[in-house]
Design a protein. Sequence first.
Length: 259
Amino acid sequence: MILVIDVGNTNITFGVYDGQRLVTTFRLMTKTQRTSDEYGVLITELLSKNRVSPAQLEGTIVASVVPNVMHSLVGGIRRYVTEKLMIVGVGIKTGIRIVTENPKEIGPDRIVDAVAAYELYGGPVLVLDFGTATTYDLVDAQGCFCAGITAPGIRISAKALWEDAAKLPEIEIKKPASILAQETISSMQAGLVYGQIGQTEYIIQRVKKETGFADLKVVATGGLGRIIAEETDMIQEYNSALTLEGLRIIYEKNKRQTA
């Protein structure tokens, strides 16, 4: 078994794989400050609740976009969980080649998503991650990470509405019954959800036009991705575990390299 960890801006998502099978997942909030001991105890307790012992783990792999939690998190893992730890970054084998102007600017989470989409669905592929930001990353048929687009996520847009407009309330993000809203809450929901759908479809169309990739596959992931994927036929696949799958794939590639 291996433990895969995706450190995002909002949550830290953990997954345990037995071979290629995802056995369990659990989450911690990223913004809560914790010591290495607190991380270690929480992770071992959550593993235990999910009937996994640290002794069963052959190793772990971490991808992080939040550098300031890494010292405590890595310390806690090495002390309480396993000393065999990989971190997605410079020098790790991914199976794709980044050909953007500055490869070091590409976040580990985007690399991991790109690896998973390319390995699972082939290229050319456009992978959409509906997280804190909404990202669109392009991998061609040869496995080259060609381009990336970054837009505000749905939650960021929602937060801007209720924090910067005094009379607008905090709302649940979901698709309303109709875009023809007649009161404030459904009006905000319509703007947020249908606005995201429109943005998504336009960006996909534009990428297809500029690349000429008529056979471009479109794969989505991320917490709110399912809402969008269900409302457009321009997304062929929705995979909620895409990032975790990418971490598993990268771990296996590097395990083979170092074996």
